[in-house]
Design a protein around this ligand. Structure first.
Ligand SMILES: [Zn+2]
Length: 269
């Protein structure tokens, strides 16, 4: 990709963040790694909906501006922290998607296994401790989760997603918010039934088989496996019996095939 094409791609992601309502005013920031010590990023003080390629600036690994008229955002520190600790990451997206952010405000973790796509692509999304924007508190809050996750919630603030490509990082941001919306709707309907443990194992095997790039925290099995309080218990009466009970569910090959197709399409393969 040429420099212009990268800048254009950053602008397009910015426009989508704005159009999706993932940012208000000048919120959010996007960066792309172009070499070991060079990054293109969005400037401070500009709405992501108004970005044009000439506004994109180039910085080094310390945040010093190398090219461009405008100045980098103070939140770029968390991007640089990710690049330093995760050499596999080539793009970082930060936004304030409202429903996912509301979960952090409500103190409800987004760690329920409810959608196959979300389990495959990111697993449970950790909530990082609250930090003052523009300080080192936010980059530091990522530290406990940075090696095992590609999507992070920032308490009472927003979300951060990373990827080997900009497209992947943006799709993860969409996935975080979509997963949060479905979870919220299910809670409003009065019940959340998670995907049972044996199905989680299948999805994790599928992830391995598909060689999906990036990191994943794995799926924690129900702590109460096989007991009265097992969270998979709700499946005991349905035909899809949980593996923590007595009979294992039969493989739903159609479902697995459909998900594989969707995920591959999303990754542009
Ligand atoms: Zn922010």
């Amino acid at each position: 990709m040429t420099a212009f094409e990268i800048k254009k791609a950053i602008c397009e992601v910015g426009h989508k963040l704005y159009d999706h309502g993932f940012v208000a005013a000048n919120d959010g920031n996007i960066s792309v790694k172009v070499s070991d010590n060079e990054y293109y990023c969005t400037p401070t003080g500009v709405s992501k909906g108004d970005l044009t390629p000439d506004m994109i600036i180039k910085i080094d690994g310390t945040g010093k501006k190398l090219e461009g008229k405008l100045n980098p955002s103070s939140e770029i520190k968390m991007h640089l922290r990710v690049y330093r600790e995760r050499p596999d990451v080539n793009a970082v997206v930060h936004a304030h998607p409202p429903v996912a952010t509301a979960f952090t405000v409500a103190g409800i973790p987004l760690d329920q296994y409810i959608l196959p796509e979300a389990i495959l692509t990111m697993g449970a999304v950790p909530t990082c401790e609250y930090g003052t924007p523009s300080t080192m508190e936010i980059p530091d809050s990522l530290a406990p989760y940075i090696q095992d996750n590609d999507a992070f919630l920032l308490k009472n603030h927003g979300a951060l997603t990373v990827g080997n490509t900009l497209k992947k990082a943006f799709f993860l941001m969409e996935e975080v918010e979509f997963n949060a919306q479905i979870c919220k709707h299910a809670r409003e309907l009065g019940n959340v039934e998670e995907i049972p443990c044996d199905q989680l194992e299948k999805l994790m095997e599928l992830r391995k088989k598909m060689q999906i790039p990036g990191r994943h925290p794995g799926c924690k099995k129900c702590k109460n496996l096989g007991t009265e309080n097992c969270r998979c218990k709700h499946n005991a009466e349905s035909k899809s019996t949980c593996s923590c009970g007595t009979s294992a569910a039969s493989a739903d090959e159609d479902l697995v095939a459909a998900i594989t197709k969707k995920v591959l399409a999303a990754l542009g393969r």
